[in-house]
Design a protein around this ligand. Structure first.
Ligand code: FAD
Length: 554
């Protein structure tokens, strides 16, 4: 596997400092010089010279990596410099054990298909699926064109399943199936209320189950598990190999708009403490939970009024290979009444480092930090005069969330196993360990005199397109490609038109709804299934079952 590794002294991948001109308003004249490890320890090493770069990417997570890789195809002459405060790529939310790795395409997540009268509203589900198809196409293009290496390292076919019990829920699931099954993007979905079907497909969940409580399943064979950490590393390796620079252990502390429209980005080498500045014509703040803070620092008016509310997640990870081997699906249930959408319980097969694993969760936790490796002052420090009312407003209206979080925090180990038994009736504590997942920062947006809490993502960009950042975390990494295309369209409207032919090679359905074009959908589906090796798998291709070890460490 190509990997982004930590370099002890230089801390950089690739070479090339640049002083492009005429960017981002139009033409970029590249003035790139090759430099050696010796010449440049870090862009912040020279006391007198402010290094110049066309693009600064803040953070080495899936979003920055995706944007960097796309830009490499569109404008290979633009210099790209990535700064990551930690010592590894994808060490925050994009790490495979910090998220659930579900290729979110609304095949199984019931929060995307709310009940509506006697039926089900599928509009959100169709939208999420459309977005995932965009990501799938870019990844397929990446594999076919040497941007991405072995697809098995980051994407694997795992059935996506919705599971409910209780008569009312069974009725809802039947209606969901009726609404989705005829739709081209959801073709192949199966529905069953049968105990035999259940026991045959989900043996671990069937053992010890009391079927007097009726069950039902929506089963889609063509779901995926995605190791977003491995994907990030492959994309970033490509950025490095094609001339971009990636600096680990470098934290972006501030950014200041210059009179020529560029940004002076203040960066601190976290090991030496040295602080210097880099001049960039475009800055993307892909800092995950750290994005709000930097958007606020930028002073752009578009960031005003935004706040963030952190919710941490915990998973139970199975340590018993015999149990792991008995389950091969991502099974999503129904969230408890009043619980937020990201709390939907799920029992998830994972494929990480070529090994099969199993997790259950999420259980909510709470910490004022905005990053797993953040600070307790993150939340209080994010309260500004311009977002105080939004934050207070949410505090008043979201009492349900507060109540839910308190309930979750009160849970002990026995309570967690009791929750797991809804899925695995014979679960015992000895087979599962509690791990802390990534930190989500939910978006608080100004609304009227108060604010509203959102569970999606929001791209925030300056009017002149010189800086953009991504807030929020849902549907998350699965939609990294459409989210980054959105950033490009907003920030580079003129270039975007010129880029379209190349973009259409990467994403043949660009600008079209696949729901309205089943023939095109079939074409891109067949192509991406082949390129990503997601076709029917045989037993000999199944990943090894094991207790998977952490793949990224900080
Ligand atoms: C519990 C949980 C489950 C999830 N499940 C799924 C799922 O099943 N499917 C899915 O698609 N998505 C899922 N997500 C969402 C997904 O993980 C995120 O949307 C995605 O990883 C965010 O990527 P990112 O690049 O924006 O942020 P991150 O991966 O967090 O990367 C941001 C990087 O920026 C760095 N950084 C921060 N501040 C600075 C600074 N000032 N200077 C330099 N570097 C900085 C951080 O160290 C970090 O490496 C889940 C998230 C959580 C928390």
């Amino acid at each position: 596997m190509r990997s982004v590794h930590v370099m002890s002294r230089m801390d950089a991948i690739g070479v090339g400092l640049a002083g492009g001109r005429g960017f981002p308003g139009g033409r970029c004249v590249q003035n790139r010089s090759r430099v050696t490890d010796k010449e440049v320890d870090s862009p912040v090493s020279d006391q007198n010279v402010v290094a110049k770069t066309d693009v600064v990417l803040v953070g080495a997570g899936i979003m920055s990596a995706t944007l960097g890789a796309i830009l490499r195809q569109l404008q290979p002459d633009w210099s790209i410099t990535t700064f990551e405060r930690l010592d590894a790529a994808a060490a925050e939310s994009s790490d495979p054990w910090n998220n659930a790795g579900t290729g979110h395409s609304a095949l199984c997540e019931l929060n995307y298909t709310p009940a509506k009268g006697d039926g089900v509203d599928i509009s959100k589900a169709v939208n999420v699926n459309e977005q995932f198809q965009v990501s799938r196409q870019f990844w397929a293009y990446g594999v076919d064109n040497g941007i991405l290496a072995d697809p098995k390292e980051f994407i694997n076919p795992i059935p996506h399943v919705s599971f409910v019990h209780g008569a009312d829920n069974v009725k809802y699931l039947r209606a969901r199936y009726d609404a989705l099954a005829g739709h081209p993007l959801f073709a192949g979905m199966e529905y069953s209320e049968s105990d035999e079907f259940f026991a045959q497909r989900l043996p671990l969940m069937a053992k010890g189950r009391d079927y007097s409580d009726p069950v039902a399943l929506n089963w889609t064979e063509s779901g995926t598990d995605v190791d977003f950490g491995a994907l990030t590393k492959q994309l970033l390796a490509h950025v490095g190999e094609t001339g971009g620079q990636v600096y680990f252990g470098h934290e972006v502390r501030d950014l200041t708009k210059q009179s020529d429209g560029s940004w002076l980005v203040k960066v601190r080498n976290v090991r030496t403490g040295a602080t210097k500045s880099v001049n960039a014509k475009f800055v993307f703040i892909g800092a995950g939970g750290g994005a709000l803070h930097l958007l606020q620092k930028s002073g752009i008016k578009e960031a005003k009024g935004f706040g963030g509310f952190p919710v941490s997640g915990q998973f139970l990870r199975c340590t018993n290979p015999e149990l792991i081997a008995q389950h091969r699906a991502k099974v999503y249930g129904k969230a408890a009444v009043g619980a937020p959408p990201m709390s939907v319980p799920h029992l998830d097969t994972r494929v990480i480092n070529g090994q099969q694993g199993l997790l259950f969760g999420p259980y909510a936790g709470w910490s004022p930090k905005f990053l797993k490796n953040g600070k307790a002052t993150d939340l209080p420090g994010s309260v500004k005069p311009n977002n105080l009312m939004s934050m207070l407003g949410v505090g008043v209206t979201e009492l349900g969330l507060t109540k839910y979080l308190i309930g979750e925090l009160m849970q002990g180990p026995a309570d967690r196993i009791r929750t797991l038994r809804e899925f695995v009736p014979r679960a015992t504590g000895g087979d599962w360990e509690l791990i802390t997942a990534g930190q989500r920062v939910q978006v608080i947006r100004k609304k009227g005199k108060g604010g509203v809490l959102e569970f999606g993502t929001a791209v925030v960009n300056a009017e002149d397109g010189t800086v953009a950042g991504l807030l929020g975390a849902s549907p998350g990494a699965s939609t990294a490609v459409p989210a980054m295309l959105d950033v490009l369209q907003r920030c580079f409207p003129r270039e975007y038109e010129a880029w379209k032919p190349k973009l259409e090679q990467m994403v043949p359905s660009l600008g079209q709804k696949l729901s309205d074009n089943p023939a095109l959908f079939q074409q891109v589906w067949d192509w991406s299934t082949r390129a990503l090796e997601l076709g029917e798998i045989t037993d000999t291709q199944l990943p090894e079952v094991g207790h998977v070890v952490e793949s990224a460490s900080v």
